[in-house]
Design a protein around this ligand. Structure first.
Ligand code: DCP
Ligand code: MG
Length: 386
């Protein structure tokens, strides 16, 4: 394979950084974006000041507050984060079409064909995102995705770490094995028992020892530890499904409330589809009862949609098939699947759909400008979560 130049970008404390744009007083303070400590809320994103107390993503908010009693807890505004992330991705797309988005705040770029050096491109994009949007990013530059992503991690925050070709293994050697893609807690524990803690030690393990520990996965693991990775940057990476779910602080059995939660989820999914110019063929519902049994049902639509109302109608029909009046629900989730490109040709045949689509586009614009709460369907106004 010809030598490649791969960039990896990840926003620093992303949800927190967006909250700092809204309220600059938060800068430098310990705060998190996350769920409420009274319920079963967890931290989504922790400011760097909060991380000094040992607070991190996925930690229960109640525990975070014990570590730092003066911590500010902000509830997530997902619509805002999606809108800011899209602005960042648009700046990257202006640079090159060879871009693969791998999460809300992360992307790979293949700039092998660009004359400028990887470092120059990364520093220029970092400055542009900081200057135009006010958001901090970290960058990794390497000959493949695996090493570029770890380089980003090492340089955080606001770093730009370049690993020259040929230096991959030496760069990885001192780092802990769990930084390697594919090494989860179980693999890490096995390695620890074998006395292996760094990526360099893993790379130096005899093939026989690797095979006896990990079977056919062994050689692959060793190749990664040497910093080898041939995976291409996949353009227009299309997700096959997306979903939102909500665990209630208290189990809920009220029909109106559950329906209004479903509707707000349908609105979020519709918006995310429209932002990506995609439509969904399948709608899925997930319900978890207080005893933790979980049911999922799905329904195939007559034609693909990106409209809140149609997603909601399908979700509601599934809900009615599973739920009996008054039955308490612990978690409710709504998702869409079999995503595809937006079926524009349908516009010619379906006037109502076209009207609804234009209405939704107007609503999206208002929400971009004034926030998610600016436009709500009337039925969402009726009831607040009890
Ligand atoms: N996120 C979440 N729950 C998690 C992890 C992440 O909701 N368990 C959300 C919030 C983060 C965003 O995804 O802001 C991006 O995830 P990152 O892992 O990149 O975390 P941050 O951007 O917050 O911090 P970092 O500076 O380490 O990248
Ligand atoms: Mg991030």
């Amino acid at each position: 394979m010809a030598e490649r130049t791969i960039l990896h970008m990840d926003l620093d404390a992303f949800f927190c950084a967006v909250e700092e744009l809204r309220d600059p007083n938060l800068k430098g303070k310990p705060f998190v974006v996350g769920g409420s400590p009274q319920g079963r809320g967890v931290v989504s994103s922790a400011s760097y000041a909060a991380r000094k107390f040992g607070i991190h993503s996925a930690m229960p908010t109640a525990q975070a507050l014990r570590l730092c009693p003066t911590l500010t807890v902000i509830s997530a505004r997902h619509g805002d984060y999606a809108a800011w992330a899209k602005k960042v991705m648009d700046i990257l797309s202006d640079e090159t079409p060879l871009i693969e988005r791998i999460s809300i705040d992360e992307a790979f770029l293949d700039v092998s064909q660009v004359r400028e050096s990887g470092r120059q491109i990364a520093l220029r994009l970092q400055a542009e995102i900081r200057g135009r949007l006010g958001l901090p990013t970290s960058w990794g530059v390497a000959s493949n995705k695996l090493v570029a992503k770890i380089a980003t991690e090492v340089g955080k925050p606001e770093g730009c770490v370049v690993v020259p070709p040929g230096e991959e293994a030496a760069f990885l050697a001192p780092l802990p094995v769990q930084m390697l893609w594919g090494v989860g807690p179980k693999t890490q524990e096995k390695l620890r028992q074998a006395g292996i803690e760094t990526i360099g030690q893993l790379a130096g393990m005899p093939e026989r020892a690797l095979r006896s520990l990990f079977g056919s996965r062994g050689p692959e693991l060793a190749a990664r530890a040497r910093g080898e990775d041939e995976r291409p940057v996949v353009q227009h990476h299309r997700r096959k499904s997306m979903s939102v779910e909500r665990t209630f602080a208290r189990d809920q059995g009220d029909r109106e409330l559950l329906e209004s939660v479903l509707l707000s989820m349908a609105e979020e999914l519709g918006r995310r589809l429209r932002e990506r110019d995609m439509s969904a063929q399948v709608v899925r519902l997930k319900l978890r009862w207080p005893d933790f049994t979980t049911m999922t049902r799905q329904r195939r639509l007559a034609q693909p949609t990106d409209l809140d109302e149609e997603i909601f109608a399908a979700g509601l029909a599934l809900f009615e098939g599973l739920w009996r009046s008054g039955r308490k629900v612990r978690l409710i989730g709504l998702g869409v699947a079999e995503l595809g490109a937006f079926p524009r040709q349908l516009e010619l045949f379906d006037g109502t759909w076209q009207l609804e689509r234009r209405l939704m586009e107007a609503v999206d614009r208002i929400r971009d400008k004034y926030g998610e709460g600016a436009v709500r369907r009337a039925r969402l106004m009726r009831k607040k979560e009890g």
